[in-house]
Structure formats: C-alpha cells, structure tokens
Design a protein around this ligand. Sequence first.
Ligand SMILES: C[S@@+](CC[C@H](N)C(=O)[O-])C[C@H]1O[C@@H](n2cnc3c(N)ncnc32)[C@H](O)[C@@H]1O
Length: 304
Amino acid sequence: MAAELNTALDFIRWGERQFRAAKLYFGHGTDNAWDEAVFLVLHALQLPFNTEQKLLKVKLTAQEKKAVHDILQRRIKERKPAVYLTNSTYFAGFEFYVDERVLIPRSPIAELIERQFVPWIAEPQKVRRILDLGTGSGCLAIASAYAFPWAEVDAVDISTDALAVAKINVERHNLVDRVHLIHSDVFAGLCAANGAAATGANPRYDIIVSNPPYVALEEMQDLPHEYKHEPEMALVADRDGLLFVDRILATYREYLAPRGVLIVEVGNSAAALVAKYPRLPFIWLEFERGMSEVFLLLADTNVS
Ligand SMILES: C[S@@+](CC[C@H](N)C(=O)[O-])C[C@H]1O[C@@H](n2cnc3c(N)ncnc32)[C@H](O)[C@@H]1O
C-alpha cells in the first residue's frame, strides 16, 4: 500500500484512479469511478453518506487503512459490484440486504411504486392485493407494501436462494404479516399458496408487477464481468429474452382484478416483444431515473 495514502480522501482519489485504470464497469448502484470509491471507502470506515468533507481529511489508523485498502482491492480483483461487497443497497428509499443469491435492485419500477402507480391506478386507496413475480431480494414487493400500507403483497420466486434473501428483507422491514413469500414457477403455485386450490378460483390482484429475467442468451455473453456475479436465472431468458414474459402474457388475465394493471420490465427485449405481439396495446412507461423499457397493460384492454 502506498505510504502517501493517509486519509479517506487520499483513498477515494487513489481508488478512483485504480478503478478507471482497471476499466471496471459501474451500473449496479453508482455510475462512475469516483462515486464507487466514495461508497466503498465510507462503508469500510462505517461512515454515513453525508459525512462532512473535513472528516475525510483526518488521518486514518493502520487498521482503518487496511480495511479501506482491502475493499478497494477486492472491487478490482473480483470485479464484484460494490453492493455485493457491502451487502447493502437502497431501492425506492429503503435499505435492502443483498448478496450474490439475488439480482441487485435497480428497476425503474421504483418510481411508479413511489407515486402509488398514479395515474395508472386511479384510486390507490382501493388497492387490496399486489403480486410481484420474480421477487429476488423482495425489493418491489417490500417497497409496494410501504406504498400501500393497507394492501397484501404476494412475492413469488422459483429460486429458494432468492426467497431466503427476500425473507431477510421482509423480516428487517417488519412486513411478515403483509408480504407473503411464495415458492412458485410464475403463476403455478399461487392458488395453493392462497388456499384456493380446492375451489379453483384464482387469487385476483389489483397490481401485478414483474422485473423478470429478460436478457437474451447472446446478449448475456457480451455483458461486463460484474453481471456474471448475479444469478444467471435472474437475468437470462432463452434465446430472445422473452421466455418468462411469454408465460406472463399467456396467463396474466386470469389473475388480474377487473381494473387491475400489469407492469413488466423487459429492457432490451422490448423490440422482440413488440414484433412478437403486434396486437397487444403495450403502454411504454417513461422514467426520470433509469432507462430500462417497461410496459403496462390494463385489465380491460381489448386484445381481440
Ligand atoms: C431480474 S430478477 C428481479 C428481482 C427483483 N424483482 C428486482 O427487481 O430486483 C428476476 C427474478 O425472477 C426469478 N425467476 C426466474 N425464473 C422464474 C420462474 N420461472 N418463476 C418465478 N420466478 C422466477 C429469479 O430467480 C429472479 O429472482
């Protein structure tokens, strides 16, 4: 470790230079080398994000220097997204535990949740049931539970690893009574989980939200190394990226309440989707933060 590195600011500057030289990829929380270095240095020193500049110029102890140096080096050597090194990230203003069993939360659907899906949901106070398909860390389900404190949320995933992480988050946010974690292959396990198997009546949701796997196989090969630390089953969806979306579109009407909405993130697979379903009246949503393509379909859409 270079002898001239004495303060947090020294390490941030050094980290930024090292990150740029190593050509790291940013996009799992920060979008540039400086912010990434700040994030990791503050984490290693257990300092809050709003730490005053003057504190960053205080001389560090040998132990603190080692902790900071180690985490910056790990970011370079392992090419892991920073939040997998800190096991913590923020989504829709809430903190979430994350590790390599789940995709790092970053869906722009956060913006819709923050404004209770208005104008697509005209009367948020009437929302009773929400479904999150492919919940991963539980971020969409938990943020939705905060946005609709009177609603029940079903959070589905096929990965037991992901559900274990979601459980940590649901418990940390004290939402075990309202966020129900369900092991299910898309819609398949919902009836049984809701005690509806005997009657055959599907549960009906006012909002179905999903950020499914949608990366096409070929596209996956070109992604920066950082993505390889995320679970493959959270990202890849067959040759055209539409495997999971096809399954949602085949069945969602059976689970949507009369004035419900379906909202699905599809990213770069949007063009393939539109080509495959030319008659579906997708409404493409716009966001202030985040660039991924997200569509909305209304329950009363006429698709004949
Ligand atoms: C892109 S991640 C989204 C995670 C989280 N909703 C988010 O926005 O950060 C997709 C999730 O879908 C889950 N998944 C993949 N195939 C599934 C299936 N057939 N049924 C249910 N969940 C599935 C994956 O395990 C993963 O957690």
